[in-house]
Design a protein. Structure first.
Lengths: 280, 327
């Protein structure tokens, strides 16, 4: 009995120690990155302001009276764009640009020499940046509700929770997609240019400038075969309380992540062999 | 003799670089038909380092020192040859390996620029799995050795170069690595700061028995810390041995400075060695090592000598001279 008890204890320790260590790393990374982001709060406020495209689209669509054509009530369309604004704010990913700079200037070297996959640091930086954005986004939303009180709505706690999970899943999906492109900088010194190539399909096929329902059926079908609707349209509809297939949406997100995650690992392994630690 | 902690066998690294001719025609040709050539940065290096040794890695800019350090620390993959550090293949960067090594680069930093070093140290402690109480103890111990205090609470950008380098060293040594690769750790520091970093490294080596491989352009670092030096030139190992042996190899003569009571003509000193300087009461001669004792005895018996100094020519000059000779 004592033998089996000690085996259980050993197994528990084997499992617990890595979990405890991972939790400590996460806490240390998040707190330091949050402190770092706070140093740049003014810049982050400007970045938050620059993400007002859905609010502009809201004004354009409200003026055109095209809500019915897109299958929305005017109020529903307004809420959709406001929700898209929130989704966009909390799923911003800038990995390609910062990773390219770090890889080309040799700043990646100290990270590669520590027993932690460097991408975790970038992920922590993004999460910390999201936390820093919260007050700015809240202020901007408050401003919209003061100007347009008719758009004010409060999602139910369940809706809010599922919406937040969907936003974070959309963020992870975008992060993985950018990881794939970022890894290309091990082969090409200008991988960031590819990000611009991704921007157009992201803008149009994600539902950021127009709800997918307003597209011709063929284009809508095409969009649904890409990961982009999962990045904005699905979480925005969830948050806005629109009719949406929750299970299918999360399954779609999970499948895309399941495809991109091993690909990004493969590219990382192949790419890091080519790393020449330039400048350092 | 114990097993070496660092082993390099036929270690080579070459980089593929694009060849582009200047001017518009060169640009067009480069666009249409790109040509590449392989540049050998390190060629067929063979050496071993025993645990606890402090070895200086010398060579001019572009000799391949940093490339070698990057291969030893696993940052880049060798093109050929074998490298083993602490029983691991560095390029695999396994946790067991990373826990045992550190690489400090004088021109690179791991500390977060806008935060106090303490924040970076907390992250490092977590990443290396060091218990918080133990981490605090180690930070205090290293901070004391490095004479760092409230600087650890000040944003890195507000620290002087010397304070920053000491904080970098603290961060790089928090996990108690047994192999230290140091690339120009005193780069840009003033004389006092250089001396403090040197003292610290010597003290760390004494206390922990860590192995150190150090590159530096400041010969003071090498002479103060290293009993053995590896001299590399154009990617090849030129010398592996003590600094004295290198000096003897590069300078078969010793320098004899004389201050004389009376002025003697230049001809009076021919036959003693090469006359480097002949200025009034001061004479500087280069005398072959094998004749040194005999010739100094003769000088003392023939002239009224006020002061006499026998020394090796500065190692920087010797190495510089060697590289100039070899192009």
């Amino acid at each position: 009995m004592a033998y089996s008890g000690s085996r259980v204890e050993m197994a528990r320790r084997k499992l617990l120690i890595p979990v405890q260590r991972a939790a400590r790393i996460a806490a240390a990374l998040l707190s330091s990155q949050y402190a770092y982001m706070l140093e740049y709060r003014a810049e982050i406020a400007l970045w938050a302001l620059s993400g007002v495209l859905p609010l502009i689209m809201l004004a354009v669509w409200q003026g055109s009276g095209g809500a019915a054509a897109a299958g929305f009530t005017p109020q529903g369309l307004g809420r959709y764009f406001l929700a898209a604004f929130v989704v966009r704010q909390f799923s911003v990913v800038w990995l390609i640009h910062v990773f390219e700079e770090d890889a080309l200037q040799g700043k990646l070297s100290p990270q590669l020499l520590q027993p932690l996959q460097p991408l975790w640091r970038y992920l922590a930086a993004h999460v910390a940046e999201q936390a820093t954005r919260v007050p700015f986004v809240a202020l901007m939303l408050a401003g919209v509700f003061v100007l347009k009180p008719g758009l004010l709505w409060l999602p139910s706690p369940g809706q809010l929770l599922v919406g937040i999970v969907a936003i974070q899943a959309a963020f992870v999906l975008r992060f993985l997609l950018q990881t794939l492109v970022a890894m290309l900088c091990f082969w090409s010194e200008r991988a960031a240019a590819l990000d611009r190539l991704l921007l157009i399909p992201y803008l149009f096929l994600s539902g950021l400038v127009a709800p997918l329902e307003s597209f011709p059926p063929a284009v809508r079908q095409l969009a649904l075969w890409t990961p982009f609707p999962a990045m904005v349209s699905f979480p925005a509809k969830l948050l806005a309380g629109e009719n949406v297939d929750v299970a299918a949406g999360f399954l779609n997100l999970t499948l895309w992540c399941a495809v991109l995650f091993p690909l990004s690992r493969l590219l990382w392994r192949a790419g890091v062999r080519r790393y020449s630690a330039m400048g350092a | 003799m114990s097993a070496p902690i660092v082993l390099a066998e036929g270690l080579s690294k070459s980089f593929r670089v694009a060849d582009k001719q200047p001017g518009l025609s060169g640009t067009v040709r480069h666009l249409l038909r790109r040509t590449y050539r392989d540049v050998a940065a390190v060629r067929d290096l063979h050496f071993t380092i025993q645990p606890g040794e402090v070895v200086g890695f010398l060579g001019p800019n572009g000799a391949g020192k940093t490339t070698t350090l990057k291969m030893l620390s696993g940052l880049i993959h060798p093109s050929a040859g074998r490298v083993e550090v602490a029983g691991c293949l560095p390029q695999r960067r396994q946790e067991r390996f990373l826990q045992q090594i550190t690489l400090v680069m004088g021109n690179r930093q791991q500390l977060i620029w806008d935060l106090p070093p303490m924040d970076s140290l907390r992250v490092n402690a977590a990443v290396y799995g060091i218990d918080p109480i133990e981490a605090k103890r180690r930070i205090n111990e290293l901070a004391e050795m490095l004479e760092l205090g409230e600087e650890l609470q000040r944003p890195v950008r507000k620290l002087s170069l010397g304070q920053r380098m000491k904080a970098e060293l603290l961060a790089a040594l928090l996990h108690r690595p047994s192999v230290l690769f140091l690339d120009e750790p005193t780069l840009g520091l003033d004389v006092n700061a250089q001396a403090r970093v040197r003292d610290f490294l010597a003290d760390y080596n004494r206390r922990t028995g860590a192995t150190v491989l150090l590159t530096s352009h400041y010969m003071g670092d090498i002479t103060a810390l290293c009993e053995r030096v590896l001299l590399i030139h154009q990617g090849r190992l030129f010398h592996d041995g003590s600094l004295d042996a290198l000096t003897s190899r590069l300078a078969p003569c010793r320098e004899v400075r004389l201050e004389l009571r009376q002025v003697h003509p230049r001809e009076a000193f021919t036959g003693f060695g090469t006359i480097e300087v002949h200025q009034g009461h001061h004479v500087r001669l280069l005398i072959p090592r094998e004749h040194l004792t005999q010739q100094v005895g003769l000088l003392l018996s023939r002239f009224e000598v006020v002061d006499l100094e026998v020394s090796d020519p500065p190692i920087e000059e010797l190495i510089g001279g060697l590289f100039r000779q070899q192009g």
